[in-house]
Design a protein around this ligand. Structure first.
Ligand code: PEP
Ligand code: MG
Length: 854
């Protein structure tokens, strides 16, 4: 399309035609090119012959063509062009006569045999490269251009032998046959496993197909007044507006990629090809103006004449994309909406993290590979316990906490470590979730890794790392590097800040955060959070001072003991909530009552039992017996969420007291307008909701009476069990807001465990049984349908019902768009996903507006 466009606006493009991608789709169905299409291709070849005055296969003036596949999306490592098609043992002689350059003619023929051999006949490239290397050695030549015409001739003969040896057939001499087979090869390539996998992973539809461009050849390897190169109209690394790229005199385009010759910077042409360079700069301007975006342009210079072979809006770094978009607005070429649309939400994640210093990273040695479960980059000394982490902190050094089985004690160390390494657990484990909630860089699932705590050793494969050895973690790619890779701070202001401001002005959904600690809340506000959509209050109990009191509460043998423990917990909770309210000021804060199964908080290891027994004065044996009583077969489907409050209403009362007291105190201190939102998890019915909300409401009123001050507050529910979604209309009669807990809602709608079915889901996705991982992107037909229905029915019975989402999906761009479409008022995601969500919400609003207009 771009070749046609450039031809239309009068740029020097080698004459040619395009066989559109529909033909490849038809080829796939019919297994061959339909006769009428073959006829049309012939006709177009005749046009080419008429324009050039040359003929395909003619022994005096042969037409040479290139066959270049064109894809609708950039796909790395795809089949490249076949150049010089039309050469054979006779036409090569004619080319030699026409150009007076025998070496050039045979070099071109050699290249055709190699490209054709590799692409059409499937011969390994090394076969040809080995022979070429041998020839260079024999001639004592460093570069190919140093070879003589005679050597090129010899290479052609050797290459032909390779073809015959490898395929049992000679290199085809008939140009028409060469062309037909080239088409077959392009179409066949679509079905390569590698490409199928890429399309699946990148959501490229199967029916987009491949186009084929056929053009008359222009040659950059005709001598010193020729060459090949590429130019970026703006630097793809930085976005700076300056031409950059590469150029090779006396070369064909493929030489630029081979890396055998040193490519010169494109601006060196100012000296060697001053006029061509001027034309090139002018063309860069034209193309930017035409496409209203930075371009990468490929070109050839033939005897001092410039030809454009390709232009496209090339890939760029996140930083460059941002700068280019903002500059284009400043240059009045695009508007703010368009600029926002050009920044992929994923880019935002890159912009908000410290990143590894690029030069340092090049030198770094990758020690192991895991799954990146919480983004960012970090380095630090290996620690195996919270004590280690705190010691490193005291020494003002960074720590990487390595956990085999993250017990509540270890989870308490997360906040002081710079990076977290989980040997198992996957993306949805409690540890991964906690790290994301804190915005900590975290990698999980390291193959063949084990910890020997006694000896202070981490083993990965054959390698042994000692306590204190430095590791660097990339939480995006999941790569672990040995030693320290230094970090560059995030650039959240400047042009990126401008893009985010524009995005905020276009979005209609609010962006909140899931934050459990004041630090996380502070970070979230910095990233632009407009409120807290989920504070998992139980996470506040991982702290080492509180976990034992919390256990006391769980293991209490009667109500009295439990209330005793709760009394001790109350001041901790209240202080936590006060801090949260202070950080959030006037912004809304949703606090969820305890949710997880109680067994998550209990001692697991022998050592922990002993420690806790000593602390509590109860024997380890007794403790184990009590813990055993609390064990459940399916804890995720057991006593958790609202069910805990039904069984132990005193826990809900204590939390309500802490929330209301904290809100009254902080609003009194600072004059903030605090309206806490109390969230009840895992509700399944209206009656159940009323049972617990009644307890909460009564306690809230009691506390306000005691303190002699009233504050507005709301009581709402998570919608995370299908039954709650199905009866949302009734629940909304009493619930003032809904927060969709799509982690559980997905788990319970599919019946896939959210904790350990990643491998199964990956297989489902690979086999095309599922279009995407439903724990990552909302499944619109099942889970999404429940959400839509619950929103509609909820609003029908309570028009003022507030609706939002707080599952992990809230940080996934496609899911954010879905939430916008069903009319949710906010999404609430982990702090580091906030910029992603802000952009995604803006995209959703702009896209909707554009669709309405069209
Ligand atoms: C959910 O289920 O989506 C949710 C936010 O709650 P949690 O992840 O804490 O179960
Ligand atoms: Mg949940």
């Amino acid at each position: 399309a771009n070749l046609a466009e450039m031809t239309r606006i009068g740029l020097p493009v080698p004459f040619g035609f395009t066989v559109t991608s529909e033909v490849s789709v038809r080829y796939k169905q019919e297994g061959k090119l339909a006769p009428e299409i073959q006829e049309e291709i012939q006709e177009k070849i005749r046009d080419l012959e008429n324009v050039s005055g040359q003929k395909l296969g003619n022994e005096k003036e042969p037409l040479l063509i290139s066959v270049r596949p064109g894809y609708p999306v950039p796909i790395p490592g795809l089949q490249t062009a076949i150049l010089n098609l039309g050469l054979n043992d006779d036409t090569v002689e004619a080319l030699s006569r026409m150009t007076g350059n025998e070496k050039f003619a045979y070099d071109s023929y050699r290249r055709l045999i190699e490209m054709y051999g590799v692409i059409v006949m499937g011969i390994p490239k090394e076969r040809f490269q080995d022979v070429l290397l041998e020839s260079k050695k024999r001639s004592d030549a460093k570069e190919m251009i140093e070879l003589s015409a005679e050597s090129m001739k010899e290479l052609v003969r050797s290459y032909q032998d390779i073809v015959e040896r490898e395929t049992g057939e000679p290199f085809p001499q008939d140009p028409a046959l060469q062309l037909r087979k080239a088409f077959d090869a392009v179409y066949r390539s679509w079905n390569e496993d590698r490409l199928k996998k890429y399309r699946r992973e990148n959501n490229v539809p199967e029916d987009v197909g491949i186009a084929v461009n056929v053009q008359s050849m222009v040659f950059g390897n005709l001598g010193a007044d020729s060459g090949a190169g590429y130019v970026y109209t703006r630097d793809p690394e930085t976005g700076e507006k300056e031409l950059c790229g590469g150029f090779l005199p006396n070369a064909q385009g493929e030489d630029l990629e081979l890396g055998v010759r040193t490519v010169r910077p494109v601006d060196s042409m100012q000296e060697t090809f001053p006029e061509v360079y001027q034309t090139l700069s002018h063309i860069c301007e034209i193309l930017e103006n035409h496409y209203l975006d930075a371009q990468k342009i490929e070109f050839t210079v033939q005897h001092g004449r410039l030809y454009v072979l390709q232009t496209k809006s090339e890939k760029r770094t996140a930083q460059a994309a941002v700068k280019i978009a903002v500059d284009l607005v400043r240059e009045k070429r695009i508007d703010q909406k368009e600029a926002v649309m050009r920044i992929k939400p994923e880019y935002a994640e890159k912009m908000v993290h410290a990143q590894f210093d690029k030069a340092d990273l090049k030198k770094a040695h990758a020690a192991a590979q895991g799954i990146g479960v919480s983004a960012g980059a970090a380095y630090g000394g290996i620690c195996f316990s919270v004590k280690d982490v705190l010691r490193w902190k005291d020494l003002q050094k960074n720590a990487v906490l390595v956990c085999d089985n993250p017990t509540p004690e270890l989870l308490a160390g997360f906040s002081d470590a710079q990076g977290i390494l989980l040997l198992h657990g996957g993306i949805r484990s409690q540890g991964a979730e906690l790290a994301r909630g804190m915005g900590k860089c975290c990698i999980s699932d390291i193959d063949n890794a084990s910890i020997d705590k006694e000896r202070g050793i981490l083993r990965i494969g054959q390698k042994i790392y000692q306590r204190g050895d430095i590791l660097s973690l990339d939480g995006v790619t999941g790569t672990i590097y040995e030693g320290m890779v230094s970090l560059t701070p995030p650039d959240f202001l400047g042009d990126f800040g401008t893009i985010m401001e524009w995005a905020d002005s276009f979005r209609t959904m609010r962006i909140r955060t899931n934050a459990d600690t004041p630090d996380a809340a502070r970070q979230a506000v910095y990233f632009g959070a407009e409120g807290i959509g989920l504070c998992r209050s139980e996470h506040m109990f991982f702290d080492k001072d509180r976990i034992s009191v919390f256990r006391e509460m769980i293991l209490a043998s009667d109500k009295e003991e439990r209330e005793d423990a709760l009394r001790k917990l109350l001041p901790f909770q209240q202080k936590d909530f006060e801090e949260m309210f202070r950080v959030m000021e006037d912004r809304p804060v949703t606090i969820r009552l305890f949710d997880p199964p109680l067994q998550d908080f209990l001692p697991r290891t022998e050592k922990q039992f002993e420690e806790y027994a000593e602390l509590s004065g109860v024997s380890a044996r007794m403790l184990k017996r009590q813990v055993q009583k609390l064990r459940e077969m399916n804890p995720m489907l057991g006593k958790r969420g609202i069910r805990l409050a039904v069984e132990y209403p005193e826990t809900a009362k204590m939390q309500t007291r802490a929330i209301v007291t904290a809100a009254i105190r902080v609003s009194g201190e600072f004059g903030y307008n605090i309206q806490p939102e109390i969230l009840i998890p895992l509700t399944v019915s209206h009656t159940e909701f009323c049972y617990v909300s009644g307890i909460v409401r009564k306690e809230a009123e009691t506390v306000m009476g005691e303190l002699g001050k009233k504050i507005p507050y709301m009581i709402g529910t998570m919608i995370e069990v299908p039954r709650a979604a199905l009866t949302a209309g009734e629940i909304a009669e009493d619930a003032e807001f809904f927060s969709f807990g799509t982690n559980d809602l997905t788990q319970m709608t599919y019946g896939f465990s959210r904790s350990d079915t990643q491998d199964l889901i990956r297989q489902y996705v690979e086999r095309g049984i599922l279009p995407a991982d439903p724990f990552r992107t909302i499944d619109p037909d099942g889970v999404g349908r429940l959400m839509k229905m619950a929103t509609e029915e909820g609003k029908r019975s309570r028009p003022t019902l507030k609706t939002g989402i707080c599952g992990e999906h809230a940080g996934d761009p496609a899911s954010v768009e879905f939430c916008h479409q069903i009319g949710l008022q906010y999404v609430s995601c982990s702090p580091i996903r906030i910029p992603v969500a802000r952009l995604a919400a803006a995209h959703a609003a702009i896209r909707e507006e554009r669709e309405k207009k069209s």
